[in-house]
Structure formats: structure tokens, C-alpha cells
Design a protein around this ligand. Structure first.
Ligand SMILES: C[S@@+](CC[C@H](N)C(=O)[O-])C[C@H]1O[C@@H](n2cnc3c(N)ncnc32)[C@H](O)[C@@H]1O
Length: 245
């Protein structure tokens, strides 16, 4: 069972809109405006399909992949015009038919081993036509050293969620939070606990992994400089990499 399976209901309800209302204008500026109309786009770690729906509404042909069955169930409902596949970013194989690829909301930080992120970049490169553009955002050191996983609680009459236990191990580079959720379903409270883990990669590790996977030109943009305010933008960098011929 993927760790986002239990998180999917809350994620779908509360998580996507705020992030993408800031991220989508950035993606339009640094990546989307460079794509041909009706481009075929691969959304890696697509989650609940919020971005896929925005892209499909603009006429792009979107394929999303994610390792969580439950996140994909929401994605299929949220973006009926897109296609979705249950797959691991570190091990999927798609023929090189895409014009572009994207991976948002620090999804690639969820790959906890350098070998896994290298494999993901290789798989994405293999799915792209030569010259295809990959856009993604990742959290860098500053994000994990500052306000990563600040305690948070959301309390409603029939559901509640807390985020606690944030920790960042600067030796292993792994950051962790615990999400505890309750939902009142058919008169009984149901509890689930999820640990979300991310790995902090350095800009050099990211650019080396991209180069090894066959990407050339790499553009980097600080999210705060591009208008992503507050904690969401802190320590977040957007990257646009071009697949070599
Ligand atoms: C923070 S969410 C972001 C979702 C979406 N990209 C967005 O912008 O809302 C991270 C997503 O990455 C997915 N994920 C984590 N590890 C993955 C892997 N190895 N392969 C595919 N998806 C993965 C999770 O299931 C989750 O849906």
C-alpha cells in the first residue's frame, strides 16, 4: 500500500488548490509557453490529478502516473480527459512519445535513494522525444532546515488531521512527518496514520542525475523569486531540463 493511499481524501480536499494557484502561473511562464499546442505531457507522481485537469482544460494530452491507487482514483474523477497509470517513477517504461513531462509539489523528493531519482530521470528521458522539456520543482536544503513539517492541525465536525513529529536527519538527508487523520464514517471515527518521507538532494546531485539520464540544458528558478510566497516557496526550486537528441 502506497503511503499516500490513506492521505488521498484529505489531499484531494485540502492540498492541491493553494499550491497550484501559485505553481501553475510559474509553469506557464517557464515551461508551458514553450510547448506546442496539444502537446502530449507526462505528469510524473500526478497525485489527485489537479494539474492534469488544468493542462487538459488547455487542450494538452495528459498521461499521469502515480504509485498510489487511491490518489489515482481521485485523479480519474478530477481529470476525466487525461489517462492515468499506476506505476513507480523509478521503474516505469513508456515509449518516447511525449513532448514534455512535469512533476510538481516536491514529488521527486519522495524518491529516497539517489539511484531511484536517477532511474526516474532515465525513465522520463526515455518517455520524451528528443528536445522534450521536463519541468519539476524540488525542495532544497533551506526548506528542510527551516519550516519543514511545522505542526499543523485541521479540525472539522466530521474529520480532523494533524501533522506532527517533523524531523530532518542531516546525515541521511531524510525528512519525515507523521500525519494522523480521523474521519467520521457511518457513525464511527476511523483513524489512519501516515509517515511521509522525503530526501533532500543538493543542486549538484540533481543536475548530475539529469545529465546522466540524457538531459542537456538545465534552467533553475527560485520559487520565491517567481512569486510563490511564504512557506510554499521557501527553499523550493523549479527546474526545466531539455532531453538531448
Ligand atoms: C506531494 S504529492 C504531489 C502530487 C501532485 N504532483 C501535485 O502536484 O499535487 C506526491 C505524490 O507523489 C507520489 N509518489 C511518491 N513516490 C512515488 C513514486 N516512487 N512513483 C510514483 N509516484 C510517487 C505520491 O503517491 C503522491 O501522489
Amino acid at each position: 500500500m502506497a503511503c499516500y493511499d490513506d492521505f488521498a481524501w484529505f489531499y484531494n480536499r485540502y492540498w492541491s488548490e493553494e499550491f497550484h494557484s501559485a505553481a501553475f502561473p510559474i509553469l506557464e511562464r517557464i515551461w508551458l509557453d514553450r510547448l506546442p499546442p496539444k502537446a502530449r505531457i507526462l505528469d510524473v507522481c500526478c497525485g489527485t490529478g489537479y494539474l492534469a485537469a488544468l493542462l487538459a482544460a488547455r487542450g494538452f494530452r495528459v498521461t499521469g502516473l502515480d504509485v498510489s491507487r487511491e490518489m489515482l482514483a481521485y485523479a480519474r474523477a478530477n481529470a476525466p480527459a487525461a489517462e492515468f497509470t499506476l506505476a513507480d517513477a523509478a521503474s516505469f517504461h513508456l515509449p518516447g512519445a511525449c513532448d514534455a513531462a512535469v512533476s510538481t509539489f516536491d514529488s521527486l523528493n519522495h524518491l529516497l535513494e539517489p539511484a531511484a531519482i536517477e532511474a526516474a530521470f532515465r525513465n522520463i528521458a526515455a518517455a520524451l522525444r528528443p528536445g522534450g522539456l521536463l519541468a519539476f520543482d524540488m525542495l532544497l536544503d533551506e526548506a528542510y532546515q527551516t519550516r519543514w513539517g511545522e505542526s499543523f492541525a485541521l479540525v472539522r465536525d466530521d474529520h480532523l488531521l494533524t501533522i506532527t513529529g517533523a524531523a530532518f536527519d542531516s546525515h541521511s538527508r531524510i525528512a519525515r512527518i507523521t500525519v494522523t487523520m480521523f474521519r467520521l464514517l457511518e457513525g464511527a471515527w476511523q483513524r489512519s496514520d501516515v509517515t511521509v518521507e522525503e530526501r533532500c538532494y543538493s543542486p549538484d546531485e540533481i543536475s548530475d542525475a539529469l545529465a546522466a539520464a540524457g538531459f542537456g540544458e538545465l534552467l533553475c528558478y527560485d520559487a520565491g523569486d517567481l512569486g510563490m510566497a511564504g512557506q510554499l516557496g521557501e527553499g523550493r526550486t523549479f527546474f526545466v531540463a531539455t532531453r538531448l537528441d
